[in-house]
Structure formats: C-alpha cells, structure tokens
Ligand binder design. Structure first.
Ligand code: HEC
Ligand code: HEC
Length: 268
C-alpha cells in the first residue's frame, strides 16, 4: 500500500516537476565516491544512511531542493523579476555552476561562494533584499542550484588571483586552535576512518553541501559545519560568510577536487 502510494507520488512528481528531472545518473556507482584517495563523506556512512541519500523519495534534503525550485520562479523585488525570468530552466542554465564554486571574484577582490552569489543576484538584478545566511530560503536556493550539478566532478580554480586566498584557507586548515589545540587536519587528514564519540570521522569533504544532517534534523551549509567543528575544537567560530570561512571553503573544496557534487547529501 505504502509502496503504491510512493510510486504514485513519484510518478506525479516526475510529471509535474520537470525542472527537477535529472540528467545525471543517480545513485552513482560506489567507486565514484573516491578519487585518487580523496573520499566523500558518503564513503564513511552506514548503509542505511547511504540508502537515504541514494533515493530521492527518502532523501529529506529533497524538500529543500523543492522549496528552492519554487523560489527560483518567485518574482520579488523592485525590478519585478524572478531568477527564472533571466535564467529560465535551471536544469540547463545552472548545470555545472555549483561545481565551480567557491571562486575568486574580481568585483569583491576575494572569494565568493554560491550563497553570497545568490544574494548578489537578488540585490543587484532583482533589487530584492538579501536572504539571511542559513535561512530556509537561502539553503533552498543553494540546494536547488547545487542539485543541477549532482554527479558532476568539482572543479575548483585556485591558481592566479585565487592563490593568496587559497593559501590563507590552507593555513586555517592546518592551524591548531582552541582549548583542544588541534587543527582540522589532525582529525580529517590523520584520523579519517577512526571513531569519535559514536561518529566515524570522515575526510571533512564539502561536495555534498548544503546537506541534510540527521543529528541536526535539518539542512545546513558548509559554514554551519565549519562552525560546528570549530565549536567542538573549543575554538571561537567565525561568522557565516566571513572572509576566514570563505578562504577555508576554497581550500577544502580544492582538497576534494574531482569528487562528485552530491547535493543534497545526507549525513549522520
Ligand atoms: C575533533 C575532531 C574534528 C576536528 C578538529 C574537526 N572536525 Fe570536522 N568533523 C568531525 C566529525 C566527528 C564530523 C562528523 C562526521 C564526519 O563527517 O567526519 C565532522 C564533519 C565535518 C564535515 C562534513 C563532512 C561531510 O562529508 O559532510 C566537514 C566539511 C568538516 N568536518 C570540516 C572541518 C573543518 C574545516 C575543520 C577545522 C575548522 C574541522 N572539520 C575540524 C570532527 C572534527
Ligand atoms: C536580470 C536578469 C537576472 C536575474 C533576475 C538573475 N540573474 Fe543570475 N545572472 C544574470 C546574468 C546576466 C549573469 C552572468 C552571465 C551568466 O553567468 O549567465 C548571471 C549569473 C548568475 C550566476 C553565476 C553563474 C556562473 O556561471 O558563475 C548565478 C549562480 C546566478 N546568476 C543565479 C541567480 C539566481 C539564484 C537568481 C535569483 C535569485 C538570479 N541569478 C537572478 C542575470 C540574472
């Protein structure tokens, strides 16, 4: 009975929501979650959690993708436009975009990530107020755009003008901090695969963000995860969208180069 309902639901969804139709093959074969020793967090999950991520009808992150799809088409701001007014079908125009973020941005003279890029589009092109970092709306739009690249390899540019910011992010990753006097690298490079208070420590890759974290019972951005890890190191976290976290995001994204976009990933 439940199964019939699910099938009907799945049929209706695919019939009613063409923009969500996926060009990429999903789920990916297990071998794709590792690239030259770089392993997605998926690799460290129990099978049950992997199944949640594999199946769009069980993946709780898909609610955010759907919310983002509605926002994509919503007219807001003084210009009387929506994202779709200019970009039309996200499955075509946004395909591959999130795989290239974060990136150096000349206008900013620093690193911009997808969240801040979405807000810039709202402010400059729609004349609409920016969305609050970590709000359901911003997570939704970020997840929706990320989803259009699902399965594509992350290609992060760190040469040229991005180089000094990459260096700062790398320094952050290796710097010991807080009362515990440990670095990101000490857990995510040295202890990947080890158990920590009921968690299996992964490599700390960010190819699945924004993701659904079962422990949070909600979606979260890369910067929320950085904040969580910083706090568990008994170190002062930085604000969402701060230069420190943007540089760190660039380094960590590059560290996971070639891993497939998994948005919306599911993690424990
Ligand atoms: C005390 C060990 C520890 C330290 C230090 C630490 N983390 Fe984590 N981190 C964890 C644990 C535990 C998790 C949850 C399980 C997992 O995915 O590794 C996690 C998860 C993550 C994830 C999510 C991975 C995924 O697949 O979704 C990212 C990204 C991350 N950490 C980045 C960082 C960064 C950046 C730093 C430094 C600011 C850091 N961590 C410091 C223990 C640590
Ligand atoms: C008035 C037209 C217009 C509106 C409205 C608009 N955009 Fe854009 N957007 C553009 C143009 C033009 C570019 C630069 C050329 C390009 O990359 O397509 C761009 C670039 C982007 C990029 C960068 C693409 C890349 O390759 O790096 C993203 C992401 C984006 N827009 C998302 C959005 C979102 C999300 C909204 C709604 C909140 C939105 N845009 C609203 C016209 C618009």
């Amino acid at each position: 009975m439940t199964r019939t309902l699910l099938l009907t639901f799945s049929f209706l969804c695919s019939a009613l929501l063409p923009p969500l139709a996926q060009a990429q093959q999903w789920p990916l074969p297990a071998a794709r979650f590792e690239v030259e020793g770089r392993k997605s967090g998926y690799f460290y999950l129990g099978r049950q959690t992997q199944i949640l991520e594999d199946d769009d009808f069980q993946n709780p992150g898909m609610f955010a993708v759907e919310a983002g799809s509605a926002l994509w088409r919503k007219v807001e701001g003084e210009a009387g436009l929506s994202c779709a007014s200019c970009h039309n079908n996200a499955a075509v125009t946004m395909k591959g975009v999130s795989a290239r973020y974060p990136r150096f941005d000349a206008e900013k003279g620093g690193i911009i990530n997808l969240e801040l890029m979405i807000n810039r589009e709202r402010e400059q092109r729609m004349k609409a107020p920016p969305l609050k970092y970590e709000s359901e709306q911003l997570i939704g739009l970020t997840a929706y755009i990320g989803y259009q690249s699902r399965g594509l390899p992350r290609a992060i540019e760190v040469a040229g003008p991005a180089a000094p910011f990459y260096e700062k992010g790398k320094e952050f990753f290796f710097q010991r901090r807080g009362l515990t006097d440990i670095s990101c690298a000490m857990c995510h490079d040295d202890l990947a695969g080890a158990n920590l208070r009921g968690d299996v420590i992964s490599q700390g890759q960010i190819n699945g963000f924004p993701f659904y974290r079962l422990q949070w019972r909600s979606m979260g951005s890369t910067h929320r995860m950085f904040e969580w890890c910083n706090t568990s190191m008994r170190a002062e976290p930085y604000p969402y969208g701060s230069e420190e976290y943007l540089n760190l995001e660039l380094y960590v994204a590059w560290r996971g180069r070639g891993l497939p976009v998994e948005t919306p990933a599911v993690r424990k």
